[in-house]
Design a protein around this ligand. Sequence first.
Ligand SMILES: [Zn+2]
Ligand SMILES: [Zn+2]
Length: 436
Amino acid sequence: MTETERKLLDAVNNGNVDVVKELLKEPGVHVDCLDDQGMTPLQHAAFRAKKEVCELLLAHGADVNSNYHKDRYSCLMFAALSGSKEMTRLMLDSGAKIDHVNNVGRTASQMAAFVGQHNVVFVINNFFPKEDLYYYTVPTGLETEARLPSELAPAMLKFINMSNLHPVKLSLYLNEHPGMLKCWYKVVKVLELLCQNSMRSKDTNDILAMKMHYFSVVVKRAAQSYQEENDNLNPWIKKLLNGRHGDGFPEFMERFIRQVLKEFPFSESTLLHTMVKLLADVTIGHEPTAFSTMAQGINGQRSAFEDNSPCGTCGEFCAEKKCSACKSVSYCNQVCQKLHWFTHKKFCKLLGEEMKRMEELRIQREKEELARQEQEDKELEEEDWYESEGEEDKENKKVVNGEKSSENKGNQLKSPDTPVKENKEPAETKTEPDTS
Ligand SMILES: [Zn+2]
Ligand SMILES: [Zn+2]
């Protein structure tokens, strides 16, 4: 490793993108230079979850499958150990081999599970490798044409690797890739084959099978609507979003996803049984919804708790904008908000009022809690005081302090050895908390 390469490594580890960019231009700097452990800059960046640096190194041709590390750890393994889902996805998208094993025969997914990075495990296990899809872009055997037109393959690969399974999100994606809607029968056929293969292979994977089945039904139904509406997918998206009369619950979407489950071709699947059981006694409009059941079944338990403000339109996590009128629905952006407005406007006022009520209740509860706490503290202090009165030797000083200005025991107790309540007002705690 040259002096400049050493500098490069430092900049990589510090996440200093600009310096990395400059150093990569220097002559004789090798993007895959190895340190004394056999680690490349990309592996360092992956381990430290420096996303921008990783992207830069990859753009400069860094080898995502470099295999010179002393324990044969790969970039994917380092990304997995970092615990970053984003980083893991980046490595997978860049062609990292999923089945590469380290010195002790462990894959990246197994390593992540071993250190408790379950979100990462899920990302790796759900990743659909490029080769497995591109296989269908070449005619095999007696076929005269490939099952999947190769120009559709990149969009389709991205589609089946989407982890947000919200039908609106999937439909919005299809809307941006009308080629998939126009050739929907081919796309659906391939998805159905992928579903069957996941159940027929040596190690059956009903999660992947369910995902492929679900996606195939979404494409089919979206494409049918697209054709009926003269190449317009908006009516379909609005159908999915439409809230029912009364409470705004998207009943069509609920029924649609339940139907997807009914149509799953492998009735013996344990995953299917679990999901059906979860929904069996749920009246439409109650929790869990079919969508959350589907998302948890495919993405694993944890994803549901990752974020409590998903986009009201497309289910995307970490939606930061809120409807300014009711403050109760989050959106990714204005596009999502606009899309939802036709149905949300019927409930915005109601939701806003409820939000206000909930806020008032919250404040009331906090007040009560505070009062209770203060009363408890007060009682504790009284106990302390009586105890200390007994332990004369040890607590002599305290008692003396307490007795010195002996006009009122209650007030006295507030002051000496109880710094915790200093910032609360003793006056309020004189009565019992619940005098109503
Ligand atoms: Zn959204
Ligand atoms: Zn609103």
